[in-house]
Design a protein around this ligand. Structure first.
Ligand SMILES: *Cc1c(COP(=O)(O)O)cnc(C)c1O
Length: 358
């Protein structure tokens, strides 16, 4: 079975964990600080604050911006629940917006229509490693005096107009969950150009303290461990290679499948670097039977995400967001992970052609 892949953990990661365990230093310390500096440098971001998950990065970022009850935050309906959860957890209201049918990211025209006097922020998601339309969204945010937030959990190394994901918004959140483009086990990071947001984020992740027992605000324990940080430092030496292989594998699939009727292929935005966290197609017919036929040919696949967020129980609403609803029903992500050789990717493609009857 050709699977959707997991993390690539080599000798570098294993030796780093062994050495760290041997040092006895497990909780946030020098390695976390080193990982923050290295991650920011690799990204081309001014600052990074490491935390224990991508969800925590979003939650802390939102709290640091001062979002709370009575505020509205516009967020795509076609994303992972964490985007909306991080808004709701502050007491603010997620306002669900439809996405673009070609790029699957927030549709700026729909965003404008949802702005009310209560709107405080736009949270966009660089879904599957594809940059959102940042020029348009930044234009709206600047004009309407709203915060711009990037959920960059799937977009390590993506860029548009040579400006990387993580440097467009007031802050961005990255995830290092094992399925993401790079991992720390569990982990996340906030990147921001604002020294103020760095300070508040560091307070919030650690009980409101920068110095022991000098609590300045009410805070959380969302610290990254030293073990996670050394895994991250090892992965940072390999992330460019991982991304290059994802892009190569995506190129092979697109080359083999383009022009076939019955399936819409992903396209990268102009002037952008797409890092293909997922290679997601939209199938015309029944997605689930397509996936099970593919599985019978030895190729695994998965629907990210099968329910749009505005239809999940905690957010259930009657509004209709037709593109998000269509994509949830017809999207299917195919294996392109960095451990797949070109010949295995070609087998994925030939299996898709078979299912399509091509
Ligand atoms: C993975 C993910 C998150 C959450 O990251 P965790 O590290 O799993 O908490 C948030 N948003 C998106 C779009 C994600 O894919």
């Amino acid at each position: 079975m050709i699977g959707l892949g997991g993390p690539s953990l080599g000798l570098r990661e294993k030796l780093a964990v062994w050495a760290q365990l041997s040092s006895g230093k497990l909780a946030q310390g020098a390695k976390v600080a080193e990982f923050e500096a290295s991650f920011a440098k690799w990204l081309g971001a001014k600052n990074a604050v490491a935390v224990n998950s991508g969800t925590s990065a979003l939650h802390i970022g939102n709290l640091a911006l001062g979002l709370g009850p009575g505020d509205e935050v516009i967020v795509p309906a076609f994303t992972f629940a964490a985007s909306a959860n991080s808004i709701a957890l502050t007491g603010a209201t997620p306002v669900f917006c439809d996405v673009d049918p070609t790029y699957f990211t927030l549709d700026p025209v729909q965003v404008e229509k949802l702005i009310t006097p209560k709107t405080k922020a736009i949270m966009t998601v660089h879904l599957y490693g594809q940059m959102s339309d940042m020029t348009a969204l930044k234009g709206i945010a600047d004009r309407r005096k709203l915060f711009l937030i990037e959920d960059a959990a799937q977009a390590h190394g993506a860029a548009i107009d040579d400006i990387p994901a993580g440097s467009w918004g007031d802050y961005a959140a990255f995830s290092f969950y094992p399925t993401k483009n790079m991992t720390t086990g569990e982990g996340g990071a906030i990147t921001t150009g604002s020294d103020d947001l760095v300070r508040v984020s560091k307070l919030l992740r650690n009980q409101g303290m920068l110095e022991r027992y000098r609590n300045e605000v009410v805070g959380l324990n969302n610290r990254m461990t030293e073990i996670a940080a050394v895994i991250g430092l090892a992965q940072l030496k390999r992330i460019d290679g991982f991304n290059a292989k994802r892009v190569r594998n995506a190129g092979i699939l697109t080359g083999e499948l383009s022009g076939l009727p019955g399936v819409q292929l992903p396209v990268a935005r102009e002037n952008s670097k797409h890092v293909f966290h997922q290679y997601t197609v939209v199938v015309d017919g029944d997605r689930d039977s397509f996936a099970s036929e593919l599985r019978s040919l030895g190729v695994d696949s998965s629907a990210y995400y099968p329910v749009p967020i505005h239809k999940l129980a905690p957010f259930a609403s009657k509004e209709s967001l037709p593109i998000s609803e269509h994509l949830s029903e017809h999207c299917l992500s195919l294996p392109i992970h960095p451990s797949l050789s070109p010949s295995r990717v070609k087998r994925v493609a030939s299996s898709v052609r078979k299912v399509l009857g091509a």
